[in-house]
Design a protein around this ligand. Structure first.
Ligand code: ZN
Length: 297
């Protein structure tokens, strides 16, 4: 069993869901993010958030994958102040809905003053709502951006044991671990972190508080990164216990602190019933026979 704790499934296909379920992915976490172009008003943000909390959750369930969300204003769009102000107004209403396991992904992109302002406001929101936090670390100037994120989190009195720093690499892992945060690694087929490098990191640092994710989205990325990395870890002699921690148990431990995600969600699952509709819509197309599985419990 695997959890992919960073997957933008709204951008993926039903084939991806089928392949993930077949490979053993039982649950995914969908963080609110940048959709590839700038949103121009809070209304489109509201529709996006209700989409990932509503239809996407339904769609995942139709393929036997449990779906959870992180709710937040991403750092790029924090730079549009009128938009950011309006989004901050609606975030609490979404963050308290069923299946929300964290505020995220939030943090810095270009490390501007506005990014800093909305990052801090959202840390306060997470603390007030008692939710974990998922941090996006910048791709440029990563080391400084990651250190600064951790400084600000501690300044805002959010407990590091409730915070996942994502997109970590060899340059940032030591500090993230030393300061008591969880370190997540987005395994991409071509860039950032590769499965081979991840194996080496688990060998060096051990599996405690390390988390593997795919960060699959609308770009070149692989929704099977988590099971593929687990396979490579086994081939390189890492223990079953270590592999289970970094591809399943650690994500559950940190995001389970939300009270919204528990093993029972997939161990005693609701049966798959593709006859079900969402606002009158089915995931099936003409002539397909709906899959109807019996519940295991
Ligand atoms: Zn992401």
């Amino acid at each position: 069993m695997f959890i992919d704790p960073h997957a933008h499934m709204i951008s993926r296909t039903t084939d991806d869901y089928e392949a993930m379920a077949k490979a053993g992915v039982v649950a995914v976490i969908e963080p609110a993010f940048w959709i590839g172009q700038a949103r121009t008003n809070a209304g489109s943000y509201a529709d996006y958030l209700s989409h990932i909390l509503g239809f996407e959750r339904f769609r995942a369930g139709q393929f036997g994958v449990r779906h959870y969300c992180c709710i937040g204003l991403n750092s790029k769009e924090a730079n549009n102040e009128p938009l950011a102000e309006a989004v901050m107004e609606i975030l609490p209403g979404f963050a308290t809905k069923e299946g929300v396991v964290a505020i995220g992904e939030i943090g810095y992109d270009e490390q501007t003053a506005l990014e800093d302002k909305y990052f801090r406001l959202q840390l306060d929101l997470a603390r007030d709502l008692d939710l974990p936090v998922m941090i996006h670390t910048p791709h440029r100037d990563k080391k400084r951006g990651a250190s600064r994120s951790m400084d600000v989190i501690i300044e805002h009195k959010v407990d590091p044991s409730r915070v996942v720093i994502d997109h970590v690499n060899e340059e940032t892992i030591q500090e993230v671990r030393d300061r008591g945060f969880w370190a997540a690694f987005s395994i991409y087929p071509h860039s950032k972190m590769t499965a081979e490098r991840m194996v080496a990191l688990v060998k060096t640092f051990g599996p405690e508080r390390l988390i593997v994710d795919s960060a699959c989205d609308w770009g070149v990325s692989d929704p099977l990164s988590v099971p593929k990395t687990a396979k490579l870890m086994a081939e390189h002699g890492l223990s079953e216990d270590a592999i289970r921690k970094v591809t399943y148990a650690n994500a559950l431990a940190v995001y389970g602190q939300s009270g919204q995600m528990a093993e029972a969600d997939w161990l005693a699952p609701a049966a798959i019933d593709q006859r079900t509709l969402y606002q009158g819509n089915t995931v099936l197309r003409g002539g397909q026979v709906p899959r109807v599985d019996q519940s295991e419990s």
